[in-house]
Every structure is written in C-alpha cells, then in structure tokens.
Design a binder for this molecule. Structure first.
Ligand code: NAD
Length: 465
C-alpha cells in the first residue's frame, strides 16, 4: 500500500473513531449522568437501561456491590456536604445513615421467583424491571435516599432519573456522579442514574409527565406524594409522618427515657420515623420526665417560653422551615434561652391539641402529653398521627397494651421498647429503606417493589413429581 493511501486510511479511521465517540456521548450530557435538560436525562437513562438488562444477573450483582463500596467510601464526604449545603441535621448521624443505606438495603437476593408445578406443567412468576424510574428525593435524607433507591431500583434492572430537592442539589448531584462512576467501574453502562444540573419543581413535573418514565417514586411530604399519585403512572408514595412515642405504667422508664431522647435527637430529628411527641400515662409521667432530663433533655417549664417557642417554630400549623433540622442551641437562642451543656432535646408539658404536638416539626423539640390511662394514650396517639400510618413507638411490658396500640394505629413501622431508628435497622433487626411507603402500602420498599410481576407458563412439561 502506497504511503499516501496509508495516510488516507489513518485519517478515515480517526474520523470514524471521532464520529462514534460523538455518537456515544448523549446529547446535553455534562458527564457522569448529569444533564442540562430533563428530556436528555430521560433519553440517556432509557439507553442505559437497555444496556443494563443485557448484563448477566451476576454482573448486576457486581454493580450493586460497587455502589455499596462507593457509598461507604464516601459516607463521610456525603454527610459533610449535606450538612453544609442544607444546613440541617448533624454530620455524625448522617454518616451512620449513609452507611446504613449502603450496607442494609437489600440487593439481588430480594428478587425471588415464585413457582407452581403440577399436571399441566411449570409456571414461574418472575420480577422484571419497569424500565426508567423517576425518583423524587427529599432534602432531609438526600444522599441516603439516592444510595438506597439506586441499590433497590438497579437491582430490579431499572435505570433511574432523579429529581432531587433543590436545596440539596449539589450534594445529590455529587452522590449521583459517584454512584455512576462505581457502576461503570464494575462494567455497567453510562447513565444508569441521571439527573439535571438545575433540579426544580418544574423539572420534576416534566419528568412526571414524560412518556418514557414507567414508574414514579416520591419520598417527601404530602404535596409530592399527591403529585405522583395524580400522574396517571404507576407510583409509590412515601409520605410524611408524625410518630408518637407512647409510654405506659409498665415500661422500663429509665430505658424508655433514654431511647426516646436518642431517637428524637438523631440527625436533629430529621428522620420521618423519629419521635415527634410523647404520650405518657399520668401515673409515671414525672418519673419519665426526670429520667429524660438525665439523658439529654432540657425541660422548658415557663408557659410564656413555650408560647414563644411555638410562635417561632410553628408556621400556620406546619414546621417553620428555618428551624427544621437545626440543633437545640440554635433554636432556643432565638427566644433568649441558653441551653445547658449536654442538652440535645427540649421537652415541655402541653395539652394533646397543642400545635407542637400536631405539627411534624423535624427538630429536637419534643412535647409531652399526660393522659389518664393507656386507652386515652392510644386514642390520642392515633389522632395526632393524622392517619399517615407511618411510624409509632411504644414503651411497655404489657403485651396486650402493645397489641392494642399496634392494631389501633396501623403504622408501617411499629417499634417496641427501643429508639425509633431501630425501625430502619439501626440496632433493630431487618433490612433498611429510606423510602417508607405508607400511603401506597409497599411499606419498607426494596428491589421487589420496583419490579413487575410476570408469569411464564410452560404447558405440560418440566413437572417432575
Ligand atoms: P418535600 O415534600 O418538601 O420535598 C420532597 C421532594 O418533592 C423534593 O424533591 C421536592 O422538590 C419535591 N416536591 C415537593 N412538592 C412537589 C410537587 N408538588 N411536585 C413535584 N415535586 C415536588 O419534603 P422534604 O422537606 O424534602 O422532606 C421532608 C418530608 O418528607 C417530611 O414530611 C418527611 O416525613 C417526609 N419523608 C418521608 C420519608 C418516607 O420514607 N416516608 C422519608 C423521608 C422524608
């Protein structure tokens, strides 16, 4: 071959190479799953999903392991970034939550095949992906939810387009970039997880309406749950809670007091499962309060101060966002109270219909309501939980009382004799989730909830009984 011909051949090869690399870089991509435009983010996720399901189940498992490793390696970095960006929660507990999501979210073992065999052959029911899932995530657990949803949804063979809360966008984008890199390192395709550089409610709405999004998962307050349930698509809604902690006269009061304060102060009360009010039988209330003050509670006695605090933190029946996830010192300094060293939660005695009780505050402020007996406690707890059916906690040694409360309140999570976070697997048995779907009934969501059930029937064969 002449020298000129070899030169031309080389040029053609380079041009072809360049053309193919331009083709593989999706439109509007700024790398690692982040896009300028929501439509492009969805298109790229669709391409990725088709590649993902070509991999073997073993290869999918390796991708999940790689996601877990990357999340653990970055748990501290994510925690610090979330605290810095959102100004909510605390670093130490966010590290625990990130590691929890990475380690205890179920993986491929969650996808179990059902089988039926008999005279007419063998039938199996298998779990298949939806395709591209749109997941809307909260500011209170930004990276935890992304880690948890990514493990569950990718395990089931889906790709994901995230719509993170705008107040946690940098942190959420960072988590998406890190997890995408982990997927590619483990042999997976690009863009299995995508999002937009500027997430907003408008972008979320665009995503919810897009025809290529086959399922929606919302983790947040009542507004977003209602939005996905009105979308006309298959949707999972993980909504608000207002978990009551009930204490009866049979409880180990010292332990109950410590557990309640530990649960209530965890990540400055941001978790949707965290104790939001205490309802205690009058006879033991003084003991409980006394033990609480020895375990990190600061008792506000003055009616005037309780009123000022209520005006500060409750805004039109809801939590004042300025104080959500803040620490106690920051909150109380606004009403001129200096918090003694070691105090992490403010407690105060109030009536059952007090705004501090009915609002989901998500801050370390814990109203205490005294009632005559356990039946009155159960009635009030059911009322102040507002039918969310999210989480309830009870401290009692009486099995009948525990059963009566659990039956009456019907919450997705019911923690007996422990801090609320035991319900999501911190010091309690069982797997974790950061998407607790009370409204739509899936409960503690995992891979199987992000999959479609498909029946394959082989007639008159393979039944060997
Ligand atoms: P939020 O409802 O303000 O926001 C959650 C997400 O929904 C964000 O991404 C937000 O941008 C989006 N969003 C809100 N309204 C929307 C709408 N109308 N259309 C489209 N998107 C919308 O909640 P938050 O402050 O981020 O999180 C705290 C709330 O979430 C609390 O009520 C808490 O109990 C709940 N939560 C529930 C769970 C659970 O698993 N059930 C987990 C974490 C938080």
């Amino acid at each position: 071959m002449a020298i000129e011909e070899r030169g031309i051949e080389e040029i053609v090869r380079r041009v072809l190479e360049e053309m193919s690399s331009t083709r593989s870089e999706p439109q509007g991509s700024i790398g690692n799953g982040i896009f300028l435009d929501m439509n492009d983010a969805i298109e790229a996720a669709e391409v990725a999903q088709k590649e993902l399901v070509k991999l073997s189940f073993e290869e999918r498992g390796k991708i999940i392991e790689s996601i877990r490793r990357a999340a653990i390696e970055n748990a501290e970095f994510f925690a610090q970034m979330a605290v810095d960006e959102t100004g909510m929660g605390n670093y130490k507990d966010k590290v625990i939550k990130n590691i929890l999501a990475a380690e205890k979210t179920p993986g491929i073992e969650d996808l179990r095949t059902e089988s039926f065999s008999g005279d007419n052959g063998l039938t199996i029911v298998e779990l298949s992906p939806y395709g591209v899932i749109g997941s809307i995530t909260p500011t209170t657990n930004p990276t935890e939810t992304i880690i948890c949803n990514s493990i569950g949804m990718i395990t089931a063979g889906n790709s994901i387009v995230y719509s993170p809360h705008p107040t946690a966008k940098e942190t959420s984008i960072k988590a998406i970039e890190v997890l995408n890199k982990a997927i590619v390192e483990a042999g997976g395709p690009d863009n299995v997880i995508t999002t937009v550089q500027e997430p907003t409610i408008e972008q979320a709405n665009l995503m919810m309406k897009h025809k290529k999004i086959r399922m929606l998962v919302a983790t947040g307050g009542p507004g977003v749950v209602k939005a996905v349930l009105s979308s006309g698509k298959k949707a999972i809604g993980a909504g608000a809670g207002n978990p009551p902690a009930l204490v009866d006269e049979t409880a180990d009061l010292e332990k109950a007091a410590k557990d309640i304060i530990d649960g209530c102060s965890f990540d400055n009360n941001l978790p949707c499962v965290a104790e939001k009010e205490v309802i205690v039988v009058e006879k033991v209330a003084d003991y409980l309060v006394s033990y609480m003050t020895r375990n990190g509670a600061f008792l506000i006695k003055s009616k005037d101060q309780i009123e000022k605090l209520t005006e500060l933190v409750v805004d039109n029946g809801h939590a004042n966002k300025k104080f959500v996830g803040k620490d106690l010192t920051y909150i109380l300094k606004h009403i001129g109270i200096e918090v003694p060293a070691g105090a992490k939660v403010a407690i105060m005695n109030v009536e059952g219909n007090h705004p501090l009780v009915s609002a989901e505050l998500m801050m370390p402020i814990l109203p205490i309501v005294r009632v005559e007996d356990v039946d009155a406690a159960i009635d009030l707890a059911v009322k102040v939980e507002h039918g969310f059916r999210h989480t309830a906690i009870m401290h009692s040694k009486n099995v009948d009382n525990l059963t009566k409360f659990a039956k009456a309140i019907q919450t997705t999570i019911f923690v007996k004799n422990g801090p609320s976070y035991a319900g999501i697997g911190v010091g309690g048995e069982g797997y974790t989730t950061f998407t607790i779907a009370g409204p739509t009934g899936e409960g503690l969501t995992s891979a199987k909830n992000f999959a479609r059930r498909r029946k394959c029937v082989l007639v008159d064969g393979l039944s060997v009984r």
